[in-house]
Ligand binder design. Structure first.
Ligand code: GLN
Length: 535
């Protein structure tokens, strides 16, 4: 039977609960424990797949094709373990399932209630991640304690504590301890109140992780301990890290959080071996130079919209011990000519995935600039589609070539809807999703990067390169360097006579890890660093 760590958040959102949960996962793995990560989201969307990046940030796709919360990206990057469709569920999914069962008559005429029906369904979904080989489930509840929609989730985890016994369940509450400049003081009251809110539902935290901008003095810790009813040594401080989020596991370990967990669960395991992780953090802290990469996207102002992408680029930097400076360029500014100067000032250009018309012409323009000026280029998903459109228009002379997603009437639909997508009506969970195999062509940059002919990568798209144009594209020199094993789908393209011009229909950023940088990001950043004279 697995033990459970439940992580809740108090006072404000955006505390970095996901990174903290992922860091705890990393520490437990390094203690020799087998773990599973889980994220519960109390909102009513069935999954984040149809949510706007403005509201929700990136949609993280698992191998088994689930569209999930971006915290799962942190889980995979920190723990090195793949997540699955079981690793994330929302209140919407729970209600949906319960109501379907009600319509089916499964409840035999009973009144369906929040407790026990919704809470039981939540408990069943939590327990679903527990396999026989799992020692600890690290489960994070999204949102902030006090949110109405979170109540059933808190009730469910309280019940698990009762069922499993308190020694097998640990509640970790993450809170914010603000520093009031005018008073020159840190304030514990919001944390006291959020711990009190938890007590109201019957949960007493076993550890308090305090996000703070200033170190917590002893008297502040004592106060937090006393009023939040948490042992003094279990009041953990998590200051803003200076260089990289990958410092967080080290910070938590220094304060003995993993030891506190071991003692709570009565587990005896040697202290974690963190040297490779430490070395990785050191290499981020002491780079040998800086490389500037322009990301031409639609959500340039949003940090979370391209979360995995930015992380994957930093991993590419780790591989060469260089700092990657991301220059966020709004595709619309390229379109209008406002950002032309910025393209001259970067050593590499990356076009991320995306949907819809806004900014597409700017992306195409940026790709033309990268192609014609020998600037290392990586295109991802829509980035590949735009690269094909650009090549079709400017090299194959197919005037106004386009994707039918953007121009349904184009004379040259070089990117078009996949056949099986033509009848799709619902938007949720209906794209080509999850891991698909791809075969790489000999003597290509793609094969050189991966070092193996068969690869598996995660997808999230509806449109594809139109096979009717393959011959024309190839005749003019575009190399279709990766195809689906049946040869039907173009998965990667590249240009041979260019320092590094590679694009992928899939999302390589989803599988990159700090201890194992993704080959495409490693090679892309390497090419840019060479271009910039850094290596
Ligand atoms: N909008 C494109 C498609 O659906 C690309 C999707 C993406 O970049 N994730 O095919």
């Amino acid at each position: 039977m697995a033990k459970y760590i439940f992580i809740t958040g108090g006072v404000v959102s955006s505390l970095g609960k996901g990174i903290t949960a992922a860091s705890i996962g990393r520490l437990l793995i390094n203690r020799g424990l087998s773990i599973r990560m889980l994220k519960m989201d109390p909102y009513l969307n069935v999954d984040p797949g149809t949510m706007s990046p403005y509201q929700h940030g990136e949609v993280y796709v698992t191998d088994d094709g689930s569209e999930t919360d971006l915290d799962l990206g942190h889980y995979e990057r920190f723990t090195g373990q793949p997540t699955s469709r079981k690793s994330n569920f929302t209140a919407g999914r729970i209600y949906w399932d319960v109501l379907k069962r009600e319509r089916h008559g499964d409840y035999l005429g009973h009144t369906i209630q929040m407790i026990p029906h919704i809470t039981d369904a939540i408990i069943a979904s939590i327990r679903a991640v527990d396999d026989p080989d799992v020692d600890v489930v690290v489960a994070e509840i999204g949102g902030t304690v006090g949110d109405i929609e979170g109540l059933t989730f808190l009730e469910a985890i309280r019940q698990i504590g009762l069922e499993e016994g308190r020694e097998n369940v640990m509640y970790v509450h993450m809170t914010y301890v603000p520093y009031i400049k005018a008073a020159g003081e840190v304030k514990t009251k919001p944390s006291q109140q959020s711990a009190a809110k938890l007590r109201e539902i019957g949960i007493i935290p076993d550890a308090l992780i305090c996000r703070s901008e200033v170190p917590l003095a002893e008297d502040v810790r004592r106060k937090l301990s006393l009023f939040c009813n948490v042992p003094y040594e279990a009041v953990i401080e998590e200051l803003d890290v200076e260089h990289t989020i990958y410092e967080v596991p080290l910070v938590l370990c220094e304060q003995g959080l993993d030891e506190i967990i071991m003692v709570h669960f009565r587990l005896v395991k040697p202290p974690p071996k963190l040297q490779p992780w430490r070395d990785m953090v050191e290499s981020i802290k002491h780079p040998r130079g800086k490389v500037r990469i322009g990301v031409v996207g639609k959500y340039s102002e949003l940090q979370d919209a391209y979360k995995s992408l930015y992380e994957a680029m930093s991993h590419g930097g780790i591989a060469h011990r260089v700092d990657v400076e991301i220059v966020k360029i709004a595709a619309e500014d390229i379109e209008s000519g406002r950002a032309d100067g910025e393209l001259n000032d970067v050593a590499g250009i990356l076009i991320p995935g995306g949907f819809g018309t806004r900014g597409v012409e700017g992306k195409i323009k940026a790709i033309q600039f990268a192609r014609e000026n020998n600037i290392p280029f990586l295109g991802i998903c829509l980035g590949l589609q735009c690269a094909v459109i650009e090549f079709a228009r400017h090299v194959c002379d197919l005037e106004n070539a386009h994707s039918t997603e953007i121009d349904g009437k184009t004379k040259h639909p070089v990117v078009c809807l996949m056949e099986e997508q033509e009848t799709v009506v619902d938007l949720g969970a209906t794209m080509r999703l999850g891991a698909w195999p791809c075969r790489l062509k000999k003597d290509t940059k793609a094969l050189a990067a991966y070092g193996s002919e068969m690869i598996s990568e995660r997808h999230r798209h509806r449109y594809e390169v139109n096979n009717g144009y393959r011959e024309q594209l190839e005749a003019k020199g575009l190399v279709l360097s990766g195809l689906s094993p049946d040869g039907n789908l173009v998965e990667m393209v590249e240009l041979p006579d260019h320092p590094w011009f590679v694009a992928a229909q899939f999302h390589p950023e989803l599988k990159s890890q700090p201890l194992d940088p993704h080959p495409l990001f490693r090679e892309f950043i390497g090419a840019a660093a060479r271009q910039g004279g850094v290596i």
